[in-house]
Design a binder for this molecule. Sequence first.
Ligand SMILES: [Zn+2]
Length: 165
Amino acid sequence: MQCPFCGQDNDRVVDSRSSEGGKVVRRRRQCEACHRRFTTYERPESTVRLTVIKKDGSRQPYDRQKVITALERACYKRPITDRQIRSIVEAVEESVFQNWEKDVPSSFIGDTVGGCLQEVDKIAYMRFASVYRAFADVGELIEEAQEVKDRPVVGSDQKALFDDT
Ligand SMILES: [Zn+2]
């Protein structure tokens, strides 16, 4: 598994356990290069059966590819690997499964993706936010950019998704 922090593909599993009645396997991994820890979740694809409720109330099946596409657009030409994108998608899905049973508001997915992205790359986050948050004017966008710039990376809640050592 490629390290989401330094990109090296050299890790060891330090802990492994199943949750949700065995549907998900959670593994704590430690990168041998930078020694940071990260978590991976493995689940069969078929268990991802969620309905997304959009702002206008319409419903559609959860589509992992849509999340990946949104992330890839936000990360275009940024130093973010496919593996990192996949780690974000997995963290988002894990959070969704922990908080919602079958229906999830699209805003929850958007907020969670934004939170993860902020920890990985602030420019990618701003791109994502400028599409997803639909700022009323450029002033709001600048305010958000300022806040993100000043926000410390270490110690925020979302950080725990990638590194809870
Ligand atoms: Zn590493």
